[in-house]
Design a protein around this ligand. Structure first.
Ligand code: ATP
Length: 299
């Protein structure tokens, strides 16, 4: 049971938006699908859902192509949210649930569960246009999961949400995973991906530049970070061989180093006049990796 993409490409005229993309996403995974603007994420989602046809390659869910007949197995939170502004939330969810073959009583039960979980039970009777953007998004999320899909595609689910709602949505994603739902989501916020995904892919110009297990991606990157909290002087640390970047922080200094060994030289290099509260050697963040793999080409 898995989502499989094999050599998938998409051309818009002579422009190739996705180039021979192959991915394997096992059932029950939360998979992060990342990339700069225009990297090909939404195009890939639309191909997975059968909303647009790939130019070449094969996409299967449990060894079958996703067609209209299987739409009840799939949930989608699109990047451009698509609710009807004039409809009441309840009527909207009933309509969308019915389209997916649900009974009205089941729809209402699920709706009540999710609205209560998102702390907005009173929204059932409100028109969508009366809700704030972030709250409309919660309704759109509910619309994508109300039929309990096996495969859930979330395009930028956290964008525009306040920190409290981000946490609500994250915990919903974690619970859906526990229920066995396979979730693929895109986000420009690397910390969300680090928190939720075991596996991920970073797209660049329609191709994966990083693909695999988060922990292994970090280890194989080689470079590490050293975080020093305290009072300087720290200027001389920049001259140590193997120190690649130095950033002053509010609490001290943060350094990117070529490999773990360099941290020993930094430790010795701290001057007798410095006062050190904290010294940590860390794996690189996903943000560091993203910027190096994707950002370099924008310079
Ligand atoms: P973002 O993070 O900005 O949402 P994305 O990774 O989702 O970006 P896509 O929307 O998949 O990117 O677009 C990939 C590329 O394909 C872009 O260069 C875009 O301009 C192009 N593209 C997308 N849709 C079409 C279309 N219908 N016709 C022509 N080009 C398109």
């Amino acid at each position: 049971m898995s989502l499989l993409l094999k050599d998938v490409s998409k051309k818009y005229g002579s422009f190739t938006a996705v180039k021979q993309l192959s991915l394997h996403i096992p059932k029950g995974e939360v998979f992060g699908f990342l990339g700069a603007n225009g990297a090909g994420k939404t195009t890939t989602f639309r191909m997975i859902l059968g909303l647009i046809e790939q130019s070449s390659g094969v996409i299967t869910w449990n060894d079958e192509r996703i067609t209209y007949n299987q739409s009840h197995l799939v949930g989608y939170l699109p990047e451009e949210r698509g609710l009807y502004p004039k409809l009441k939330v309840k009527d909207q969810l009933v309509y969308l649930g019915r389209l997916r073959g649900m009974k009205k009583t089941d729809i209402l039960k699920e709706m009540e569960y999710w609205l209560t979980r998102f702390n907005v039970p009173e929204y059932a009777a409100k028109k969508v246009e009366e809700l704030s953007k972030g709250n409309q998004q919660k309704i759109q999320f509910i619309a994508s999961v109300i039929h309990r899909p096996e495969l859930l595609i979330l395009d930028e689910p956290f964008s525009g949400l306040d920190p409290v709602n981000v946490e609500l949505l994250k915990s919903a994603v974690i619970d859906l995973k526990k229920r066995g739902t396979t979730i693929v989501f895109s986000s420009h916020r690397m910390e969300h991906v680090e928190e939720l995904c075991e596996h991920l892919c970073i797209m660049h110009h329609g191709q994966p530049v990083v693909y695999g297990k988060l922990g292994e991606i970090k280890r194989s990157f080689g470079k590490k970070n050293v975080i020093v909290h305290g009072d300087g002087p720290f200027e001389k640390l920049a001259n140590i061989h193997g120190v690649l970047k130095v950033k002053q922080t509010v609490e001290g200094v943060s350094l990117q180093i070529e490999n773990e060994q360099v941290s020993q030289a930094i430790f010795k290099g701290l001057s007798d006049f410095s006062f050190i509260r904290k010294f940590i050697v860390e794996e690189p963040s996903l943000n560091d990796i993203f910027i190096e793999k994707v950002g370099a080409s924008y310079e």
